[in-house]
Design a protein around this ligand. Sequence first.
Ligand code: GTR
Length: 428
Amino acid sequence: MKKPVLIFSVILFLVNIYFLKGQQFVANYDESKVPSYRLPDPLKFENGGTVRNKKGWDRRREEIFKIFENEVYGVAPGWKGEIIASELSSDENALNGKAVRKEINLTLKNGNRELTMTMLLYMPKNSAGSPVFLGYNFYGNHTITSEPGIAVTKSWIRNNKDYGVFENRASEAGRGLSSGYWPVEMIVSEGYGVATIYYGDADPDYDDGFHNGVHGLYDQERDGTSWGTIAGWAWGLSRAMDYLVTLPSVDPGRVIVMGHSRLGKTALWAGAMDERFALVISNNSGCGGAALSKRAFGETVGSINRSFPHWFCGNFRKYNEKEELLPVDQHQLIALIAPRPVYVASAEEDQWADPRGEFLSCAGASPVYKLLTGETFPADDMPPLNSPVMSRIGYHIRTGGHAVTLYDWQQYLRFADMHLQKKERATF
Ligand code: GTR
């Protein structure tokens, strides 16, 4: 080959690679470009046999759970340690006398390693066995209400000038700034408690090679199946649960695990890992949460693994741009929660999280709920905006963007009332 031709060919080759790669990195928002895919059947064993009853489902559930552990979130270790709870503060007349508010340090001790998470707990006044919403917050306990008594977190936080976080330290400036996400007074007035922990207490949200946070409680050789950060956060919620079930003010059979976005992914995996959670809520959880991966719509497995290399297990990277090879999809994550009630919420402008993919996961989990409870998911197609559908699976897509809004909470309370308080609420 002549030299100029050779040079030209090499340049053409490089340009090709550049554009091909480029294409993979551009998110698809066009429904007509969703690849054709086949979802694994939650009611077919890996060997092809059919699940026919509850006993069969228990075995199938094991299979699906193991695949999620090994290929998606990683395997979280069992817990044989000790949790030491120490109360930091208590206010019997919080929220204008409606609630009892406590801050509790939960120190997890595993041999000579330890980690402390600070829980903020609001319970309705005179509560004896109330249901509770448990969920992490993004910016510290002091951000969820404006009440002055709540300590500003001392943990590492991603810098954010809007929240007054500089040099990875929170400040007074953040107080109450997340109260829109947490309408605590309304929730408590409806007879529910709220328990929340800053998510970075369980595991700081950056890639440090899994030394700090809950991973640091163990001395572990890591491989492709080792737990990532989402599994770590989910595991931390189970430790919070270990504590909640000891409180007389809390009904241990009615703890609801709830989360938004990355913490929505976490809530779903926590609900799958720990069957003590009575109800699970995923708000705008998207890729690796409620959205089907095989649709590759909005955020994809490749893009999430590149942006957040610490969230999932190493094996999940095998499916970057190869979603068709995934042996599970996220409808099976919803199915792992069955027969417990689960609510998935999407937002119209949150296309990155693939609302249709979140809806289709609910529909895909429906046969498992049908088998176990006789109830199906009552929607064949996506419901109109702001028109929730609720059976044991609840779903809505509301107007607006990626956030937790009052509207979302109103639906969660209605859904929780239906299933855990056994009272009907027409609508808010
Ligand atoms: C985005 C990420 C999403 C979602 C979100 C969040 O950057 O791509 O998967 O988790 O963050 O947690 O706010």
